[in-house]
Design a protein around this ligand. Structure first.
Ligand SMILES: *[C@@H]1O[C@H](CO)[C@@H](O)[C@H](O)[C@H]1NC(C)=O
Ligand SMILES: *[C@@H]1O[C@H](CO)[C@@H](O)[C@H](O)[C@H]1NC(C)=O
Ligand SMILES: *[C@@H]1O[C@H](CO)[C@@H](O)[C@H](O)[C@H]1NC(C)=O
Ligand SMILES: *[C@@H]1O[C@H](CO)[C@@H](O)[C@H](O)[C@H]1NC(C)=O
Ligand SMILES: *[C@@H]1O[C@H](CO)[C@@H](O)[C@H](O)[C@H]1NC(C)=O
Length: 485
């Protein structure tokens, strides 16, 4: 699962000049395993993987396949998947929402989302409106690994799934049970095939299947349990970003002008320019009473330990010195090759022993933050908090303090600037400001790690934890992602 994407987010400049072509990547951000389909309104809807982050299964919407907006999530809280998704016992890092599927079913006037969680069973969520509320409709005691849903012309629901050996299930009419399954075919040469999607076009059934080494197959049959044959659609297609990985997992969709193209870096613009979407970079001041769709918690949060009312209050939720065991870290995807995130925090409510800050968050993490010890507040930069991918993501280090100095303010801007380009420096650097306009570098350059096992790219993580006792809190005034493309 690669971190590049298929679609580019809205840039205000684009509305001023008529687009005649567009260039990949459309979204330089982490929305893996896309399942893109047309909704009842003729617009395009994109469902993606989100692993342990909550809410899960983000949804993007586009009118033209080029400009996309993040509009919500199909899984309201990963707490539904069990206590390990609330950070109990062995927290289920990297597990959670993997290559799932979402479609609109006209007969019921509902959206359906299916995802196999933790190789065990498949969860079903439905919603009347794609923006929610989504609710769990049931579970199916069978794992539809890497699944693709088709709602046939006669309203029968089929799901294609599997890894290497690809199967199809016919679902019961309520979509919550199975009436038949059969193994259909195996990846050519017995090799790994994954990310299957199922379509019906001009009377034929098609399965799009991927090999992680960068080959896409198209399988075809005139009947669903019939004889399937394949052709190789494309092989060895590499990223449009220099140094990026191979293309893996996608969807087959017809553009507004009727085109269906093979992979390319640039294409003619597929329709008329859509209405402007909200800019993706900017400041979120936490207006309203819930986080916007750009935010996902690291695991399901302790909902008694935060509140939003035109600012975000994070109460210390865990006594720990380990960020990977600290609940209620609020994460946000990065955008672009050189993303910059800045958080403004009022930490006057912290108690003795508390820490808070802004992390470049992954299985190898660094952060800038504030710690309180007695009546002293220190600005700190910590690097090298790590997890062991081969041992259930156990914490192997809580990190080392690279820089520390006492401060006398109660409100601060903390910034992380990253270079996430595959051919770039792969670095995070840290700075702070007391007035939001003049930033001072702090700490050392941290080298980002891109080993594949964690799947998810670096995110911004706003965190807080207590090392002595609960009771303290911080106020997160605003968060800004900046830069121009
Ligand atoms: C795939 O199916 C074949 C034949 O049914 C079986 O021998 C093989 O073990 C299966 N492979 C996997 C990876 O499940
Ligand atoms: C939100 O804050 C406003 C002003 O600070 C206050 O009047 C209101 O009661 C708060 N609402 C909730 C739900 O706490
Ligand atoms: C912000 O603070 C810096 C140094 O602390 C100062 O040089 C600068 O003038 C300040 N800017 C504003 C707009 O207050
Ligand atoms: C990245 O993580 C892997 C696995 O933990 C480790 O072996 C490797 O040294 C790390 N590389 C860097 C540059 O930190
Ligand atoms: C957001 O800012 C980053 C950092 O400069 C940039 O790389 C990215 O292209 C911007 N995204 C948009 C949609 O403007």
């Amino acid at each position: 699962m690669v971190i590049i994407s298929c679609v580019r987010m809205f840039d205000p400049w684009d509305t001023m000049v008529a687009q005649s072509t567009f260039t990949n990547p459309l979204i330089y951000s982490d929305f893996p395993d896309n399942d893109v389909s047309k909704g009842p309104d003729g617009d395009y809807y994109f469902s993606a993987s989100s692993f342990q982050f909550s809410p899960g299964a983000p949804i993007l919407k586009s009118l033209d396949l080029v400009n996309w907006e993040l509009i919500g999530h199909s899984v309201p809280s990963v707490a539904a998947f069990g206590s390990t998704f609330e950070m109990q016992d062995t927290p289920a890092y990297v597990s959670g929402v993997w290559a799932s599927t979402m479609r609109y079913r006209a007969s019921k006037g509902k959206w359906y989302w299916y995802g196999c969680i933790g190789f065990s069973k498949t969860y079903v969520y439905t919603a009347t409106s794609v923006t929610g509320p989504w609710a769990q409709a049931g579970t199916i005691s069978h794992c539809f690994y890497d699944c693709g849903l088709l709602i046939d012309d006669d309203d029968t629901m089929y799901i294609v799934y599997g890894q290497t050996n690809i199967s199809i299930a016919t679902l019961s009419s309520d979509g919550l049970g199975i009436t038949k399954t059969a193994q259909l075919f195996s990846g050519p040469g017995g090799a790994s095939e994954e990310g299957s999607r199922l379509y019906k076009i001009n009377g034929f059934y098609y399965v799009l299947g991927d090999r992680p080494s960068g080959t896409t197959y198209v399988w075809r049959s005139s009947s669903i349990y019939g004889t399937w044959t394949y052709q190789t659609l494309q092989t060895g297609v590499s990223s449009p970003i220099p140094g990026g990985g191979l293309i893996d997992q996608g969807s087959f969709v017809q553009a507004p002008n009727g085109d269906c193209n093979k992979w390319a870096v640039s294409y003619p613009f597929p329709g008329t320019s859509a209405a402007p979407l909200p800019a993706r970079n900017g400041t979120d001041a936490f207006s309203g009473t819930s986080p916007g769709p750009g935010w996902e918690w690291n695991f399901a949060p302790d909902t008694t330990k935060f509140s939003i009312n035109n600012s975000l209050t994070l109460y210390m939720a865990t006594v720990t010195n380990d960020l990977y065991k600290s609940r209620n870290t609020l994460t946000h995807r990065t955008d672009g090759g050189s993303p910059i995130g800045t958080v403004e925090i009022d930490f006057s409510g912290m108690a003795d022993g508390d820490s808070c800050g802004l992390a470049a968050f992954r299985d190898s993490t660094a952060w800038i933050g504030v710690t309180r010890s007695g009546s002293t507040y220190n600005l700190v930069q910590v690097s090298g908090a790590t997890q062991d991918s081969s041992n259930k993501w156990a914490t192997t280090s809580t990190g080392n303090t690279i820089a520390s100095k006492s401060i006398s303010v109660s409100r601060i801007y903390l910034r992380v600037s990253m270079d996430v380009r595959p051919n770039g420096a792969k670095s995070a650097t840290f700075s702070y400001s007391t007035n939001g306009s003049s930033f001072t570098s702090f700490g050392s350059i941290f080298t980002l790690n891109s080993t594949w096992q964690y799947f998810t790219g670096y995110r911004y993580g706003i965190f807080n934890f207590a090392t002595k006792t609960l009771g303290g809190f911080i106020k997160v005034i605003s968060f800004t992602t900046s830069g121009s493309s």
